[in-house]
Design a protein around this ligand. Structure first.
Ligand SMILES: [Zn+2]
Length: 493
């Protein structure tokens, strides 16, 4: 049974879609005025994996992800470059598909653009005006937050506090500082569409409500995006949508955490800002390798935890993937004649199946799912030493492929990984302390105890690679290993 953390309720809830067997999901896409950065990559990947896991679990997924292709930033960029807005948006939509393609992000079922939904947007705005929830000032239309009693329920804010905290330069034309534009009257030279309030263009928030309801219905299952969208974007989406329909909008709100670099927020002004294409350019591996390494790296942290990006973290992900592909290679080579290990394999695959699903069912904990793959890897390595038949080798490889596909991992040809050596191109410079693969989601106590004893066993059979992996994993959870000369380990918190 899948459980997800719902930002709306503030707790993990059992996931049950509105219609049996079908999941309708909307995720806020990008504003297409620039190249996508790591934060975009993480958000796209998180919801790509959630979609894959829902499909793996037997659901049909209707997945809508939009492009914001009319916006102040786009207009500004177009004016700076002396080109049309279309030129800008077409360029960056193309770039989006290139970058996300390299990361193995599957396209959504429908990828609507704001400019292609003007009639829906105008209609929704008009409904809000007619219901008295929105008001017109000159050529603009504002949503009146004071008229929607549920305002603040997603971000857990109170309207009174927001009034007090509002910035000093209050727009006199608004009835409340938090009132937001549904429609903006056109200034000369801006793209504009006809409306009952004159020529203009939509505000950002209204487009998502209009497109989500158009493609998924007035009430649907999952609405997702980065945590930075909770307020005001998603709060405003709820106010508009519920205000217009009188029904619940999205039932589960899922938000992914930030990407940090050296524990700092990634930003252009701090100079620690990475676009996806910069990473592909600087890392001298073939695209499929870099794509898989990035996926592995990003998924090794639970989606709600902040994620620390570093060269060292990527290097470590590459080394771990090398170890996986090293095993895949051995699984295709002729083995010893003995098939002594064969009989143990089915129970190990069953164990992988169980622990993989348990991890993913627990709020899509990809960090723990990856730990299950690592365990399976060392188990299969051990069986290979005992001897596996060719058929058993193929079964083991197939298990990696089948479950790995949910995370978009382990699908490459082994030779791609085998022949390549590490490069030490530095993406982030030397000015910070490496964060490495920290920031895993919290691991349950029982699992920590299990990992400790697994590490003891790994040390006994001299599998120091696995022992070190577990040490790193537990260190990220605050557990420090003190290995004694007599082979025992003391754990300190
Ligand atoms: Zn949105």
């Amino acid at each position: 049974m899948l459980k997800v953390y719902n930002t709306l309720s503030g707790k993990k809830e059992a996931f049950e879609p509105l219609a049996p067997g079908v999941v309708r999901m909307y995720v806020c896409g990008v504003t297409v005025y620039d190249y996508c950065h790591l934060g975009h990559a993480r958000s796209a990947l998180v919801f790509d994996v959630i979609r894959r896991y829902l499909e793996f679990s037997g659901y049909r997924v209707e997945f809508a992800k939009n492009f914001t292709d009319v916006d102040d930033k786009i207009i500004k960029r177009a004016n700076e470059q002396g080109v049309s807005c279309d030129t800008i948006t077409e360029k960056y939509i193309r770039a989006y598909y290139e970058d996300m393609g390299k990361l193995g992000i599957r396209q959504a079922t429908v990828e609507p653009k704001a400019t292609e939904h003007m009639a829906d947007i105008v209609h929704l705005t008009d409904t809000l005006v007619k219901k008295g929830l929105a008001y017109q000032v000159d050529g603009d239309v504002y949503f009146e937050v004071g008229k929607y009693s549920g305002y603040g329920r997603l971000s857990k804010r109170k309207l009174d506090d927001m009034q007090a905290g509002a910035r000093v330069e209050v727009d006199e034309r608004k009835r409340h500082p938090m009132d937001f534009a549904l429609w903006k009257g056109a200034k000369p030279g801006e793209p504009a569409w006809p409306s009952p309030w004159g020529q203009g263009r939509p505000g950002w928030h209204i487009e998502c409500s209009a497109m989500a309801m158009k493609h998924l219905g007035e009430t649907f299952d999952i609405h997702g995006g980065g945590a930075d969208l909770i307020f005001p974007h998603h709060e405003n989406e709820i106010a508009q949508s519920c205000g217009a329909t009188g029904k619940e909008f999205a039932r589960y709100w899922i938000h992914n955490g930030f990407v940090q670099i050296n524990q700092e927020k990634m930003s252009k002004s701090l100079g620690n800002f990475f676009t996806i294409r910069e990473i592909f350019e600087k890392w001298e591996y073939p695209e499929t390798v870099t794509g898989e390494v990035l996926r592995y790296f990003l998924l090794a942290t639970h989606y709600r935890s902040p994620l620390d990006f570093s060269d060292q973290g990527l290097d470590e992900a590459k080394r771990t993937l090398d170890a996986f592909y090293g095993l895949f290679k051995r699984l295709t080579e002729p083995t010893a004649l003995s098939a002594t290990g064969d009989e143990k394999l089915p129970s190990l695959i069953e164990e992988l199946n169980g622990s993989f699903r348990r991890a993913m069912d627990d709020d899509v904990n990809t960090a723990i799912a990856i730990a299950a793959f690592q365990r399976f890897r060392s188990d299969v390595n051990r069986l290979l030493e005992v001897g596996l038949s060719q058929a058993a080798c193929e079964r083991a490889r197939k298990a990696f492929r089948t479950f790995g596909d949910v995370l978009g991992l382990f699908q490459s040809d082994t030779w791609r990984f085998g022949v390549i050596h590490r490069v030490s191109a530095s993406l982030t410079g030397g000015a910070y302390v490496a964060a490495g693969l920290t920031g895993h989601g919290p691991i349950a106590d029982a699992e920590i105890e299990r990992l400790k004893s697994e590490r003891d066993e790994a040390r006994k059979r001299k599998d120091f690679a696995r022992a070190d992996e577990i040490k790193t994993l537990l260190a990220a959870q605050g557990w420090i290993a003190e290995d004694k000369p007599d082979g025992t380990t003391r754990w300190k918190r």
